[in-house]
Design a protein around this ligand. Structure first.
Ligand code: V07
Length: 253
């Protein structure tokens, strides 16, 4: 990974230098949108956009690691994505293997830990096997947590939490009177993680699309027209700088 640069020049609007080491978001979540559009604009099949998107994932992992971000949660496959053509789903389900085949050595060398959130058991067996291998292999790494949302849907996650809570109330493991927000959070896939400080969505769409509805309650949102396969270290750093400026404004008032 590239060397850390302590000061980088801010965008053109003002000539201020922003210290990249201050007010770094602990947890960044990203909706990786625009792969299909990227491909279509090049008269390529949609899957060519997904393939190109894999490279952008690694660029952002490097940038997040360099910026000292602790958790990076990436929306790789939603519960709604099952409505896509079978051929596209089959292709998407092979991407974890493609990604890990190329990049797992670099992730290991940089102490990155891989985890997932979502309905893991409903993924194809071959995908589960590949991803589980990477989770096991990286489980003692104590650097960046690279958290893939795979077969993730926020409403499903919340319903699942409610059902588990009702079960635990039945079994006297939890009492409804003592159930608060913090206790409720423990029933979500993100148990143990702090909420995202910053949400990024690419390709100009400004929707949550069933991503981390509970967890994003207080997060800063940052949108860009850049399509996911064109995402790089520079655009990621812009998002971080914008976040830093917002935080500094709060501090000044
Ligand atoms: C997927 C590539 C990025 C653009 C958005 C959708 C397509 C990386 C992974 C992955 C998942 C688990 C893992 C290692 C890598 C991935 C899917 C789609 C389903 F352990 N990219 N990527 N998984 N896309």
């Amino acid at each position: 990974m590239s060397m850390k640069i302590p000061f980088i020049k801010n965008n053109q609007e003002d000539d201020e230098l922003i210290n990249l080491s201050e007010n770094i978001p602990n947890h960044v979540a990203i909706i990786m949108d625009g792969n299909g559009r990227w491909a279509e604009s090049r008269r390529l099949p949609r899957i060519a956009g997904h393939k190109e998107g894999v490279k952008a994932v690694m660029k952002v992992v490097r940038a997040a690691n360099d910026a000292n971000v602790k958790v990076l949660t990436l929306y790789a496959f939603s519960t709604e994505n099952w409505n896509r053509p079978k051929s596209e789903i089959d292709f998407l389900m092979k991407l974890p293997k493609e990604f890990l085949h190329i990049y797992l050595p670099e992730l290991m060398a940089n102490n990155v830990r891989i985890e997932t959130i979502g309905n893991f058991d409903a993924l194809p067996a071959h995908t589960q096997k590949t991803v589980q291998y990477a989770i096991n292999k990286t489980k003692t790494n104590d650097g960046l947590l690279l958290n893939f949302a795979l077969n993730y849907g926020s409403r499903y996650e919340i319903m699942r939490a409610i059902k588990q809570i009702m079960n635990d109330v039945d079994g006297n493991k939890v009492s409804l009177d003592s159930l608060g927000e913090e206790e409720f959070s423990k029933y979500l896939y993100t148990n143990g993680l702090s909420d995202p400080d910053l949400l990024i969505r690419t390709s100009g769409e400004k929707r949550l699309s069933n991503f981390l509805l509970w967890q994003l309650a207080y997060s800063e949102f940052w949108f860009t027209d850049v399509l996911w396969p064109d995402m790089d270290e520079n655009t990621f750093n812009k998002a971080i700088q914008d976040y830093q400026k917002r935080k500094r404004r709060y501090g000044g008032i």
